[in-house]
Structure formats: structure tokens, C-alpha cells
Design a protein around this ligand. Structure first.
Ligand code: FES
Length: 96
């Protein structure tokens, strides 16, 4: 967390899955357009609507994940993968 390439963010993210399964079961692009319009009603910078390629719930799609906060790793290099792994381990309550 103290790494200069990491910072906490409290932005709210809306992740719209546009994976194959979700795209077949609905219309992620139209959902994203609607959500972008919705986002205009909130303070700028508070909310980010993005696509992801899979949320791991393929049978239930189309899927949208809303989450808040987390750590943003910036200016990533291959070495950043280790820092990401540490963060994942702590999120999963696994020993380092
Ligand atoms: S394709 Fe959307 S959750 Fe896997």
C-alpha cells in the first residue's frame, strides 16, 4: 500500500461485462450507454463506468458489478504483478 505506484481510490466503479456469454444473453453496449447517461447525474470523478471481459458469472448474464474503493496500481510494469499479488492475498485473507 505504501508503494509509490499504488494509491487507494474511493471512486465507484460500474463494470459492465461484455464477454461472449453476456453479449449473447443481452445487450451490454446498450446497458453501458444507459449507465453512462445515469452517471451524468452524479458528481464528476465519483463514478466510472467501464467494460470488463468476464465477471465469472457467465450463465447469469448480462452482468454488471458495482464496487467501491480498492487500490489503484499505476505506471505498472511486469514487476507490479508481485505487488498486485500481495494485495490479492490480503484481500483473500491469505498469508503473504
Ligand atoms: S462473459 Fe460475462 S460474466 Fe463471463
Amino acid at each position: 500500500v505504501d508503494s509509490p505506484e499504488t494509491r487507494a481510490t474511493d471512486k465507484v466503479f460500474v463494470f459492465v461485462c461484455k464477454g461472449d456469454a453476456c453479449s449473447k444473453q443481452g445487450n451490454p453496449e446498450r446497458l453501458r450507454v444507459s449507465l453512462k447517461q445515469m452517471a451524468r447525474g452524479f458528481p464528476a470523478q465519483a463514478l466510472k463506468v467501464s467494460y470488463v471481459s468476464c465477471l465469472g458469472q457467465c450463465g447469469e448474464g448480462p452482468n454488471i458489478l458495482v464496487c467501491r474503493g480498492g487500490e489503484l496500481f499505476t505506471r505498472c510494469t511486469q514487476a507490479s504483478a508481485e505487488a498486485v499479488e500481495r494485495t490479492v492475498r490480503s484481500a483473500l485473507d491469505l498469508a503473504p
